[in-house]
Design a protein around this ligand. Structure first.
Ligand code: ZN
Length: 298
């Protein structure tokens, strides 16, 4: 019996797969980044990594970009479904990994996975309800309510909500291929890059782009908070940076206007709207949590 047991974690992203071998205490022993090109190119490299590092793997967890099929009774359970990413639409990601490596495999969205990591090792430890929001290439959000990940017919798509769009202040049309100026269409990293014609990383902290970004995230937060009233909202993803938080907190407080009369929502929101402490590893740690759960260790 190897000690400690080793588990595989796959954060399957639209631009890269992060694969790691980890232990039940959240320690990542080996990891690799593999470009997301086509399933035929990327997935054999994923299998080769685990074969070379984890011959005693107990289970594997996959947190995947989506949309994905989450219904266990569906013949397409574990598939990436309608993605515009070439080659990946209707890809049986779960089935291919399970067949290649021959161990139990758990499957969830990348955002749900990251939320599970926040609950186990991050800023949401001990909470019964919270939201995890990632703002990067896209915008995704997961909610844990009464210690369960919120799930309807499929996983929530809280990044695609509609928010007020003041065309006088921001005439940018938005880039979501499905909705134009939904939240993701206005406030994701590619939306910022298209609006300001430069990478978000190149925009200085004092640039008005960040005030606008904080406004859009605040409007979304008010909708999410009014719907779920979580105990905390945690933000990750490559777009988030420290200067967004004070502006966003101030706008959320103003917009909520003390209607929800709780100390968490009427103070400075400094411990309510918070950055992830697990970044940039929240996704891959979440995949590790999935592996632990399928092995009965959670
Ligand atoms: Zn959209």
């Amino acid at each position: 019996m190897p000690s400690p047991a080793h588990f595989g974690a796959i954060e399957a992203g639209g631009s890269k797969f992060v694969c790691a071998v980890g232990t039940p205490d959240g320690k990542l022993l080996h990891r690799i980044r593999i470009p997301t090109t086509t399933p035929a190119e990327t997935l054999p490299q994923v299998a080769a990594f685990f074969r070379s590092h984890g011959e005693d793997l107990t289970a594997i967890g996959i947190g995947s970009f989506g949309p994905i099929e989450m219904d266990r009774s569906s013949p397409r359970y574990g598939f990436i479904t309608s993605t515009p990413k070439p080659g990946w639409s209707q890809c049986d990601l779960l089935g291919i990994v399970r067949k290649a490596l021959g161990v139990p495999v758990a499957f969830d969205t990348d955002v749900n996975a990251a939320a599970r990591a926040e609950a186990r090792w991050g800023t949401a430890r001990g909470l019964r309800s919270f939201m995890y929001v990632t703002v990067g290439t896209g915008i995704g959000a997961a909610a844990m309510i009464d210690k369960s990940i919120l799930q309807g017919l499929s996983h929530p798509e809280m990044g695609h909500i509609r928010i007020p769009h003041d065309l006088t202040r921001d005439p940018f049309a938005g880039i979501c291929p499905y909705h134009g100026d939904c939240l993701e269409g206005l406030a994701s990293g590619p939306a910022i890059a298209a609006r300001w014609k430069t990478s978000p990383a190149a925009l200085p902290p004092e640039h008005s782009a960040w005030t606008l970004e904080a406004e859009y995230l605040a409007l979304a937060c008010v909708n999410w908070i009014s719907t779920l009233v979580p105990e905390r909202v945690i933000f990750g993803g490559g777009v988030m940076r420290p200067n967004i938080f004070p502006i966003m907190r101030s706008r959320v407080r103003t917009l909520l206007n003390s209607y929800i009369d709780l100390p968490e929502l009427t103070g400075d929101l400094g411990s309510y709207l918070v950055p992830s402490t697990l970044e940039p590893d929240a996704g891959v740690l979440g995949a590790l949590v999935l592996a632990l759960q399928v092995a009965g260790l959670s």
